[in-house]
Design a protein around this ligand. Structure first.
Ligand code: GUN
Length: 294
């Protein structure tokens, strides 16, 4: 293997220490950040993610306000709960875990969250602020990818970034983040997707490739320009009878072969995943600081 590993777990641990100090500063003013989590249904991956977020809250001294609802909860009831959380003074950030069950209009639920408590950064107000470079909550995975690059010394200024995947929660916001006229950005960004013609040749242009398509080991070594930086956002469950739980996690990148070509690469797990969680905590602390007038 030639590529250096971008260790998301270690970078997230550094940010965690920084956040602990900020939580303590809030405590000195009699304030405690609070994060409400809303989980609808029994999706096991979502249960794991929400559980990790709650655990991180506990480790940081952030109040966790969990709401676990049955899969057949009506849209009306979810909107009612979000309204209650908007008015709850203990709660500074509201996270509605996606995807929601099919009978729920996700956009309606996201829009119901107060923009001041939008710790996920998915509200149209937050996304609009992102596009025009205003201060606001940034979606956690894109913010985590940017933070990983900055803290790994990858200068994006003038570089070609190819993001593979155009989701509302990763590809589209990340493109807007990295194209900003700001430190840690200034990249030339291409968003490739399932309809992109000759995807390998588009990816081969990239100095930085971000894989966010949700297909296990989709990105191959022949598509990568030698020396490129590769960020793998994918977390796919692949059947593996040799594991006790029956599956293993793998990214969107065929890690072993791509690591022979790239200069730096994120592993799965231990790359982007820990960064997403710590950026959610960061947004929650920011929301609490704003309310406390810091
Ligand atoms: N589902 C997958 N990623 C995310 C995320 O970052 N936030 C929420 N709320 N749901 C998700």
């Amino acid at each position: 293997m030639t590529a250096g590993i971008i260790d998301g777990k270690a970078i997230a641990a550094v940010i965690k220490t920084e956040l602990k100090n900020r939580v303590e500063a809030l405590a000195a003013r009699g304030a405690q950040p609070g994060l409400a989590t809303v989980l609808v249904g029994e999706d096991s991956a979502s249960q794991v993610y929400v559980g990790m977020k709650q655990k991180m809250c506990a480790e940081l001294g952030i109040l966790s306000v969990p709401h676990n609802l049955p899969a057949d909860t009506s849209q009306q009831d979810i909107l009612q709960l979000v309204g209650d959380l908007n008015r709850d003074d203990r709660v500074h950030g509201i996270l509605v875990q996606l995807p929601l069950p099919g009978h729920i209009d996700e956009n309606k639920v996201i829009e119901a969250i107060s923009p001041e408590k939008d710790a996920d950064g998915f509200h149209p107000v937050s996304l609009g602020r992102l596009v025009i470079g205003m201060e606001g909550f940034r979606p956690c995975t894109p913010a985590g990818v940017q933070e990983l690059l900055v803290r790994s010394g990858v200068d994006l200024c003038g570089k070609e970034v190819v993001i593979v995947g155009r989701s509302n929660i990763v590809g589209k916001p990340l493109a807007n983040l990295l194209v900003q006229k700001k430190a840690g950005a200034n990249a030339t960004v291409t968003v490739a997707h399932s309809r992109t013609r000759d995807l390998p040749s588009v990816i081969r242009r990239a100095d930085v490739v971000v894989a966010a398509i949700g297909q296990a080991e989709f990105i191959r070594a022949e598509w990568i320009k030698p020396g490129a930086v590769v960020i793998d956002v994918g977390t796919n469950r692949v059947d593996d009878p040799s594991r006790k739980r029956g599956y293993r996690l793998t990214g969107d990148v065929k890690f072993d072969e791509v690591a022979e070509v790239a200069s730096q690469i994120t592993p799965v797990p231990g790359g982007v995943g820990p960064m997403t969680i710590i950026m959610l905590m960061t947004n929650t602390v920011i929301a609490a600081e704003r309310k406390a007038g810091i």
